[in-house]
Design a protein around this ligand. Sequence first.
Ligand SMILES: [Zn+2]
Length: 125
Amino acid sequence: MKLDVTSEARLVGLKASFLWRLRVFFALAAAIGWKVTITSGRRSAAQQNRLHALDKRNPPAGGSSHEQGRAADLNATKAGVMLLKATPKPVWEASGLPFLMKLCGLRWGGSAFSTYYDPVHVDDL
Ligand SMILES: [Zn+2]
């Protein structure tokens, strides 16, 4: 399933087996009414270092699955509800999206990291 043009541009360079899982996830999310948009996909080392400089919870270059094309960050909307980085975990969980990620063999950033709640992140690690 294809997303909006901007989101599709951000999927360029992702590892094929990760992208296949993401596309199944997008279709399942759409089936329960969620519109997914991609805010970040594959990153260069320089891009990763800039994010690390802004927020030390983001790993420096060499430490992110985004650099390997194995991660994406996403937001989702449904009936006026927006799921963003600042959205509390119970709201994300109630959306069903973390469950669908797991079903697709994806790892949700809202529960993947012991010291960093990053619910917009999904990867195949
Ligand atoms: Zn991420």
